[in-house]
Design a protein around this ligand. Structure first.
Ligand SMILES: [Ca+2]
Ligand SMILES: [Ca+2]
Length: 370
């Protein structure tokens, strides 16, 4: 009888619980793990209704943690830290090219876990539906931190993700994004409250994803800066790369900010769809604040300041209204241009840290930075 059973057999018998009602699944509903072997087994053995609680500590899996087991909307599968304990799942012992965690499954909730030092991507959710990721960190991996990919990627929520320090050395930083929603399709996906920073390639990348994704309350900063002394560095460094590979798709970005990226703050990246960019701020990026040269973007109430290439590069099909580059629209002053507080710990509910950086007090233009 494994320690993962809800009640030890002796206890169950002592309580008068009959054998006939003991769980017949491979493991009980709630599983508390405190070794890498237990964690690996709990994930691979999860079924609808399983709750995996991971005790505080650092875990070093030697093979990708993975599952293809679906929960359901009423009987979800949970993978989470135990209480308020700090859990790090570290990829340092994985073979080259392996990911830390791969889910090909529906209706999982994953929360309060850090995935760090992956040799390749840290977390990949492939053709997932109805998953919820809360207060997850992906840090210092060898490719993108968090990835949604594949057809049938529907109704997933990524809330309060921190993803930073990713760098793919073999490709000189060309591929490692903070969050990638790439090579797939499916509606209803939401990214909210993310901090995506200091990655070698882009903060956020929607390359070759053919359905609209919504982004809100997200910060992308410091991406594409060569922090690795790579003499052939090839990171692109866009804050928000909102397309590519010929897909025409109307992604939506609300109340988000990009600053200090080596490329553009926000770019259509050749997506000619009606991308909506509303009440965002783009500050001190090396190229354009907003690059929408070929498509039909709808840019409203955005604030661009001190971007190297200029505020906006917009083609004739772009709708532009009430942005600070539009005629008659004033540029409100920033309360602060010191970004130090944006690195602070998140608030107790997991939301972005309180900052005055890039705030203006305006109720009509720019991101509110929260
Ligand atoms: Ca790239
Ligand atoms: Ca990229």
């Amino acid at each position: 009888m494994s320690r993962r059973t809800a009640l030890p057999l002796t206890a169950a018998l002592a309580l008068g619980v009959g054998l006939a009602v003991l769980p017949t699944q491979a493991q009980a509903a709630t599983v508390v793990v405190d070794t890498t072997a237990e964690l690996t087994s709990a994930i691979s053995g999860a079924t609808a209704g399983t709750v995996i609680q991971v005790r505080g500590g650092t875990y070093y899996p030697t093979a990708t943690l993975q599952s293809t087991a679906n929960g359901s909307s009423s009987n979800r599968i949970y993978l989470q830290a135990y209480g308020s304990e700090t859990v790090k799942i570290d990829g340092s012992s994985l073979p080259d090219g392996d990911w830390i965690f791969k889910l090909t499954a529906d209706h999982w909730n994953v929360s309060n876990l850090t995935f760090q030092n992956s040799p390749d991507s840290a977390v990949v959710c492939q053709s997932c539906a109805g998953t919820v990721w809360s207060n997850v960190k992906t840090i210092n991996g060898g490719d993108s931190g968090f990835t949604l990919t594949g057809d049938g990627t529907t109704n997933n929520t990524v809330k309060n993700l921190d993803s930073y320090g990713h760098y793919d050395s073999a490709n000189h930083g060309e591929n490692a994004d903070g969050i990638a929603v790439k090579y797939g399709s499916g509606s209803g996906n939401l990214i909210t409250g993310a901090r995506l920073y200091n990655n070698s390639d882009d903060g956020l990348d929607f390359w070759s994803f053919s359905s609209p994704v919504t982004v809100e309350h997200t910060w992308a900063f410091g991406n594409g800066v060569n922090r690795w002394s790579d003499s052939a560095f090839a990171g692109d460094g866009n804050g928000y790369k909102l397309g590519g590979d010929g897909e025409v798709v109307a992604h939506v970005v609300n109340n988000s900010a990009a600053w200090g990226n080596a490329g553009n703050g926000f770019t259509e990246n050749s997506n000619t769809g009606a991308i909506v960019i509303n009440r965002t701020t783009s500050y001190a990026n090396s190229k354009w604040g907003y690059y929408f040269a070929t498509g039909a973007g709808k840019l409203g109430r955005n604030l661009a300041v001190s971007n190297g290439g200029g505020s906006v590069n917009k083609g004739s099909s772009v709708t532009s209204y009430m942005n600070n580059w539009d005629s008659g629209v004033a540029t409100p002053a920033f309360v602060s241009t010191n970004a130090a507080t944006t690195y602070n710990a998140r608030q107790s509910d997991g939301s972005l840290p309180v900052t005055t950086f890039l705030t203006t007090g305006s109720t009509t233009i720019g991101a509110t930075m929260n």
